[in-house]
Design a protein around this ligand. Structure first.
Ligand code: HEM
Length: 129
């Protein structure tokens, strides 16, 4: 599997870009245009597929670089923040009021950026290191 490290890393990063872009697009379309396609099943299925790809590539990368959550602190932080990102992303689309949805969309974007800085630095403090 090691020989495919660069390809799998590219899949992980590509899926991250798609996941972020999709959440942003859905959040903005939902809030500004009240677009019904945002919750349509093909879009939800696309979102689940992208996130499953992202996490599958992450699991393979973990075994290649031999670093693991609850062993390596930057990965522990990453996993915890992924849960926060999922929760904020859920509220960004399903929140009752427009204000709730906008605030959670902004929060999800900040957490997303912070996770990227943690991944780049291999440090749980990311840009604050
Ligand atoms: C539970 C979820 C995740 C796990 C376990 C995980 C794990 C990993 C692992 C093991 C690597 C390889 C590091 C290396 O090459 O040394 C990696 C790379 C990376 N991950 Fe994740 N990841 C997860 C989710 C995410 C998310 C949600 C993002 C962005 C929002 C992200 C952004 C990145 C980036 C940008 C890299 C490339 C870092 C670099 O080498 O420059 N990851 N991830």
């Amino acid at each position: 599997m090691e020989q495919y490290y660069l390809e799998i890393r590219a899949v992980h990063i590509g899926a991250i870009a798609l996941s972020g872009a999709l959440l942003l697009l859905r959040g903005v379309a939902h809030n500004l245009l009240n677009a019904s396609w945002v919750m349509a099943w093909p879009i939800r299925a696309l979102s689940y597929t992208v996130d499953t790809t992202l996490l599958t590539a992450a699991l393979i990368l973990m075994t290649i670089v031999k670093q693991y959550p609850f062993v390596d602190s930057w990965l522990t932080m990453k996993v915890m923040l992924v849960l926060v990102y999922i929760f904020l992303g859920y509220l960004a689309l399903r929140g009752r009021t427009g204000r709730t949805r906008w605030l959670n969309l902004g929060g999800a974007a900040l957490v997303y950026g912070f996770i990227i800085s943690i991944a780049r630095a291999h440090n749980p403090l990311g840009i604050f290191a």
